[in-house]
Design a protein around this ligand. Sequence first.
Ligand SMILES: NC(=O)c1ccc[n+]([C@@H]2O[C@H](COP(=O)([O-])OP(=O)(O)OC[C@H]3O[C@@H](n4cnc5c(N)ncnc54)[C@H](OP(=O)(O)O)[C@@H]3O)[C@@H](O)[C@H]2O)c1
Length: 302
Amino acid sequence: MKILLLGGKGQLGQTISKVLDKKFDLKILTNLKDDQNYCDISNKQSIIKIFEEFSPEVVINAAAFTDVERSEIYRDKANQVNNLSLEEISNQCLKKNSTLIHFSTDYVYGGNTKGFNSETDIAYPINYYGVTKLNGEKKIVRSNCKFIILRLSWVYSSYKKNNFVLKIIEKIKRKDNITITNNEIGSITSTHFIAKKIEKILFFLEDKNVSVKEIFNLCPSLPSNRVEIVNTLINRLIKDNKKNHLMKGKVYMSKNVNNSYLAKRPINSKMNTSKFSSYFNEKIESWEEDLENFIITNNINV
Ligand SMILES: NC(=O)c1ccc[n+]([C@@H]2O[C@H](COP(=O)([O-])OP(=O)(O)OC[C@H]3O[C@@H](n4cnc5c(N)ncnc54)[C@H](OP(=O)(O)O)[C@@H]3O)[C@@H](O)[C@H]2O)c1
């Protein structure tokens, strides 16, 4: 199966490259200007050229403008990458009969409800990043190409230093105080968890030879608030190792996430993933299992 990966140097792009390597005919494009596989997804001519040269059966788009705060300031740039670029990418997918696997976000949900957000709920983003991601989804859906849109949440990896999990691990290591909010609920999701689900989707597409045009929520099960996540990390990395004395910093809770940021954050990012698990017949692991796997495979200790 010929697969084109856009955004190959992002945290998810790098993990997908690693997981799919040697299992598929994979062409990886990056936005590093001196790379021979450079491709700016907002440049229509570059997109047309790569589709002509490679004729992918599947396109995985891991390229995006992902800085939620800077999206409020650099609105044109965020809109260009997350929304307008999808016009040509999905047109080319339609023309070449390729399936587009694209990533969206829990931030398309407003997060004011109590229960789990479902794909059938009306999306009403409360920050500009969420608006651009939702508009990008709409461009794909309207293009009539084959697509699988995965709405992800709270993504982390060892590749990107400013994700929530790595920032907390660093603070634990440095014995710094930790300040977190106690009112956001969601699921931290490792890029490895997502990449393994992509692998499963690709095998599914190969086996069943079906046309899919669906949006799915995708994150580990059993969501929690940030306090539980921090406590789990502290217990796992310090207390379990009988290094109690190493935890010198204190954990502080700032009451409301929306006191701290320019871009508003949804309070409730819990996502119902039953559509994904039944469609692909796939077990969804808990965020604790996913985190434990991340700690072991990356040999993380303090
Ligand atoms: N991170 C999260 O918590 C989170 C949560 C929900 C959903 N998602 C979604 O998951 C996907 C993957 O995110 P990620 O966490 O892997 O983000 P990431 O690490 O920021 O990766 C995105 C990559 O796209 C590149 N890029 C930006 N503009 C581009 C352009 N015009 N052409 C080509 N590449 C471009 C970025 O380069 P630069 O770094 O040089 O800008 C970066 O390498 C995105 O669609 C994101 O919206 C992420």
